[in-house]
Ligand binder design. Structure first.
Ligand SMILES: C[S@@+](CC[C@H](N)C(=O)[O-])C[C@H]1O[C@@H](n2cnc3c(N)ncnc32)[C@H](O)[C@@H]1O
Length: 225
């Protein structure tokens, strides 16, 4: 748990997120207070860890802005429940994976879920692993090196598939790996501007779709990039 001064700074950040219509719940707020974002940024950006902006990590990639992470874990997006299995594509720093872990496997839960996070850049696989281990999330988060467009069929299906990199079309293997009733969120579109799409897998295996607005993510690379 952060000390009082840190908590105060974090609560102030959260109060400013209202502008983005994030829809904060108590569980989201607790997750944000529990995960030390400063441990997931480069040493030289620690002072900026609680500014609501993407920050550079390694290999020209970024840790997403705070409001974007909060949107992904919100009730009107993936709506994570305790016990859910999450597949995250684009682990980057590991921060989003740790936030998901707080939502699906909070400490002391009887029926903890798990987060599998795939990262394609080897340097970032190491970075995310180190960050996850140092902050004590290794029992709830597994970082895997590889092409996330292919997914991770061995642990499928997933209640949540969360994609943090943009593609022109949805990688077909990921559609198959969503559980019935499960959700997939991803930015779809060209470089620099995409639409954040939330998909829900219906009982008959079809998907319903909803747009959550415009976003700007780095591109998905690999087979489906
Ligand atoms: C916006 S960053 C994700 C930030 C991350 N969620 C965090 O908390 O720091 C997007 C990440 O997706 C990764 N990426 C791009 N294409 C990928 C692919 N095919 N498979 C796995 N990761 C990929 C990039 O290397 C980058 O680290």
């Amino acid at each position: 748990m952060p000390d009082d001064k840190d908590s105060q700074e974090k609560i102030e950040v959260l109060s400013r997120l209202r502008y983005h219509k994030v829809g904060l719940t108590e569980r989201m707020k607790q997750a944000f207070l529990n995960v030390p974002r400063e441990e997931f940024v480069l040493q030289k950006h620690r002072e900026s860890a609680y500014i609501d902006t993407p920050l550079p990590i390694l290999a020209g990639q970024t840790i997403s802005a705070i409001h974007m992470v909060m949107i992904y874990i919100s009730t009107h997006c993936t709506d994570p429940q305790i016990g859910d299995k999450v597949l995250e594509i684009g682990a980057g720093s590991g921060y989003n994976a740790a936030m998901f872990a707080e939502m699906v496997a909070p400490e002391g839960s009887e029926n903890p879920g798990h987060v599998y996070a795939i990262e394609i850049v080897p340097k970032l696989v190491e970075f995310a692993k180190e960050n996850i281990e140092r902050t004590g999330y290794s029992d709830r988060v597994t970082i895997i090196g590889g092409d996330g467009g292919i997914g991770l069929p061995e642990y499928a299906p997933y209640e949540i598939v969360s994609i943090a990199a943009a593609s022109k079309k949805i990688p077909p293997p990921l559609l198959e790996q969503v559980a019935i009733g499960g959700k997939m969120v991803l930015p779809v579109g060209k470089s620099f501007y995409q639409e954040l799409i939330l998909m829900t897998k219906e009982k008959d295996g079809s998907f319903s779709e909803k747009s959550l607005g415009g976003v700007a993510f780095v591109p998905l690379t690999g087979k489906y990039g």
